[in-house]
Design a binder for this molecule. Structure first.
Ligand SMILES: [Fe+2]
Ligand SMILES: [Fe+2]
Length: 153
């Protein structure tokens, strides 16, 4: 099922993850896909945590949203790990983690589409939300909620 711009974000991010699994890509290409993926994922998570989850918070259980936010932090951490394996030329480990990233991201999106976006769609809240976040950029040094809470350095 498709729920507007947020779903199309899911699709674009998925496509990048699939590209990573293509063994014909050279190291330079992989790295550039990884950085692109990181940028898109952070923007998407920022928009969700700041606007979408805020709006959904009166409609779905808090624990469910907390679960999604925990997954955001996990996905970003996993991507950081993959980048650091790439930096140290440990391709086997990097590819192994890419598989995990792909699995987790797919499940995460299914949960969001079924429990968040479908509910907002039923309330006709999606279009306004898309309009609201369209030009929002990630503030400097933004961290996802769970990372901010637990990763005090
Ligand atoms: Fe999400
Ligand atoms: Fe999402």
């Amino acid at each position: 099922m498709e729920y507007s711009a947020f779903s199309s974000d899911h699709g674009k991010i998925r496509k990048l993850i699939v590209e990573l699994s293509d063994s014909h890509k050279n190291e330079h290409e992989l790295r550039s896909i990884l950085y692109n993926l990181q940028k898109r994922m952070i923007l998407h998570f920022y928009r969700e945590e700041t606007y979408v989850f805020q709006m959904a918070s009166t409609l779905v259980q808090h624990a469910f949203i907390l679960g999604l936010e925990t997954e955001h932090a996990g996905l970003i951490r996993l991507l950081d790990k993959i980048l650091s394996y790439m930096e140290s030329n440990d391709h086997e480990r990097a590819m192994d983690r890419i598989e995990g990233l792909s699995r987790l991201f797919t499940l995460h999106c299914i949960r969001e589409e079924n429990e968040i976006y479908s509910v907002l769609k039923d309330r006709n809240a999606i279009d306004g939300l898309v309009e609201q976040v369209k030009y929002k950029r990630v503030p400097r040094n933004w961290q996802c909620a769970v990372t901010k809470k637990y990763d005090r350095k």
